[in-house]
Design a protein around this ligand. Structure first.
Ligand code: ADP
Ligand code: MG
Length: 593
């Protein structure tokens, strides 16, 4: 086979594929360039969801003629000089490939005027060819215009989704940039209409309120922590304001929006564990400021992931402070008056010599360097973490001590409730919720003990699914199998179930599997652990039918099983299992007291 050396044009087009997959990436890269240029105001305009036009204007430092000419060459960057510089990145960009990639697949224009110069320059190119640079007028800063994206790569165009999908991706990404950088004004227009506009502010909460809504922002709790290793500014919902989805979870590291690392989000949920129903989610924005040499951003093509040198250390600080703040917010009445034990998170920040972009950007405008804002609302003096943990443990013991053989099951009401008397309290249990809790905990414990019992079906149940449902099921088949639901592919989008856990009883298992699949589909980014939990909960829920009458003996067994559970008072979906009335309340009601 004859070997060809590819032309620069072809090489650039291929490379462009890695950086620019869709209009969203163009917006993101250009906005990042504006941020790196110390802009205090950034405007994005799009037409036809960015397919026809993306224009990003900033009031940043601009470029002179020489830099402008270099800017669209591949691997041309002002942000690093050599490989070592990668170990302390303070800028959003550093690979020097965004402009060359974007220019290769669009009709591309940059108008720029360097700060302090009297006039500017305009660069134009078509698909990376016919590059010209001519003088032009205009204010200080840079306007980058990308027209007819992928006009010369039709294959790419085919991959693009509808305008509304592409537009909403752009908007979410722009919102993230705005959340990450409250000290910068942002504006976005689509087809010449303002989509949103947010003026710069020193107050993150104000920006959060602008972008995510006043209702969400008004209930947020804030903690600020300075640690020698890391500065944290966390805004989060308390126990009573959990949400139905994960939309309001953002992580920013040195002002870069990144995905939550799996382990970190796990810690966040752990911190909420006791105080949030299982199918609810926290709203949480974590702003991390860390010495750039303590992390690596060069591990993901679109820089959506970061790695911390001391990952565990950082996560520990977040977990502990978050957990304490959640507890103390939920129980302001509990104060333990002892001097705090010196723990890592309580140690004051001893000053930092690292710089990050905003230090530079602020020193640009006011000539001074800035560390983080002082600690305000978080005052850990009121309690010590360890002591608090003990109080909690005692309460738990108390709960389980309380329920012993004295429990008297009085009967069943409306075929749905079980009435129980115990030590001066009357409980009305929701039979359905209670059964769900019991089944859930049995399922979990059998899995943990690797003693899950499954029943083989004499005749396997066969069913078909939509292509998208089938792809979700296929991707999770191993997990289903691990959980005792033995599913296998049985043709194109057709599956069959040969066995399932005995504890689920006699159920329409294929219906259950379908429900679980659509649950998983709704939340594609769920972690294995969450998915596992979802499958177990869903299976337990669907396996119990409300309104079934239960014999007296069965109710007794049920209540005694329930009190063996770790969490007898909530069903796995977080609803309460019981309503409690004390003798005292009854007496008051009947005016005996
Ligand atoms: P990178 O951001 O990785 O350096 P880019 O291809 O995005 O690579 O940009 C190349 C260079 O062009 C940047 O390093 C910067 O010097 C310059 N540049 C790009 N956009 C702007 C802008 N809006 N204002 C000032 N300079 C810019
Ligand atoms: Mg860049």
């Amino acid at each position: 086979m004859p070997i060809n050396i590819l032309s620069q044009e072809t090489v650039n087009k291929i490379a462009a594929g890695e950086v620019v997959e869709r209009p969203l990436n163009v917006v993101k890269e250009l906005v990042e360039n504006s941020l790196d240029a110390f802009a205090s105001s950034v405007t994005v305009e799009i037409e036809e969801a960015g397919k026809k036009l993306v224009r990003v204007s900033d009031n940043g430092c601009g470029m002179d003629k020489k830099d402008l000419e270099l800017s669209i060459l591949r691997h041309a960057t002002s942000k690093i000089e050599n490989f070592e510089d990668l170990s302390h990145i303070c800028t959003m960009g550093f690979r020097g490939e965004a402009l060359s990639s974007i220019a290769a697949v669009s009709n591309f224009d940059v108008k720029t005027r360097k700060k302090g110069e009297l006039s500017g320059w305009k660069l134009s190119s078509n698909g990376g060819k016919n590059v010209s640079v001519v003088p032009c007028s205009g204010s200080e800063g840079t306007i980058t215009e990308v027209r007819d994206l992928f006009f010369n790569v039709p294959a790419r165009q085919k991959f693009l989704k509808s305008d509304s999908t592409e537009r909403s991706r752009i908007i979410s990404s722009f919102e993230e940039a705005a959340l990450a950088n409250p000290e910068i004004s942002f504006k976005m227009l689509s087809e010449n209409k303002t989509v949103f506009s947010s003026s710069k502010t020193d107050d993150k909460l104000e920006r959060i309120s602008d972008i995510l809504g006043k209702d969400f922002a008004k209930d947020l709790i804030n903690i600020k922590i300075e640690h020698p290793k890391v500065i944290l500014d966390i805004y989060f919902t308390g126990r009573d304001n959990s949400l139905a989805n994960k939309k309001f979870q953002h992580l920013f590291v040195n002002s870069r929006p990144v995905n939550y690392p799996r382990q970190l989000i796990y810690y966040v949920y752990q911190a909420y564990r006791e105080s949030m129903p299982r199918d609810r989610h926290p709203g949480i924005l974590i702003y991390i400021t860390i010495d750039p040499s303590e992390m690596d951003v060069n591990i993901h093509p679109t820089k959506r992931e970061v790695k911390f040198a001391d990952e565990q250390g950082v996560y520990d600080i977040i977990y502990k402070s978050l957990k304490n703040a959640i507890i103390s917010h939920a129980h302001p009445e509990i104060k333990i008056n002892s001097e705090p034990k010196e723990t890592e998170i309580l140690r004051p920040h001893t000053g930092s010599n690292f710089k990050y972009r905003h230090e530079k950007s602020r020193s640009f405008s006011n000539g001074g360097s800035v560390v983080a804002e002082p600690i305000s609302k978080y005052n850990p003096k009121n309690y010590s973490i360890d002591k608090y943990a003990n109080v909690f443990a005692k309460q738990q013991e108390f709960v389980s001590e309380k329920f012993d053989e004295n429990i008297k099951v009085l009967g069943q009401a409306f075929n749905a409730y079980i009435v129980v008397e115990n030590k001066g309290e009357l409980y009305i249990f929701d039979q359905h919720a209670a059964a769900e809790r019991i089944r859930y905990e049995v399922y979990l414990s059998q899995i943990k003990a690797q003693s899950l019992r499954v029943q083989q079906l004499l005749i396997p149940e066969t069913f078909d699914m939509s292509p998208s449902g089938a792809s979700v099921l296929k991707a999770n088949i191993a997990l289903f199998n691990e959980l005792g639901i033995i599913v296998e592919e049985f043709g194109q989008n057709v599956f069959r179930i040969t066995a399932y856990p005995s504890l689920l009883g006699n159920v329409a298992i294929k219906q259950i599997v379908k429900t679980i699949v659509s649950d998983i589909e709704e939340d594609k980014n769920a972690e294995i652990k969450e998915k596992t939990d979802k499958i177990i909960r869903s299976a337990c829920r669907s396996s119990i039918k409300a309104g079934d009458s239960v014999s007296f003996v069965e109710t007794k067994k049920m209540i005694s099983d329930l009190f063996k559970c770790d969490h007898p008072f909530t069903c796995p979906h977080g609803r309460p299992t019981a309503y409690k009335i004390s003798l005292n309340e009854l007496e008051k009601f009947f005016k005996r007291k």
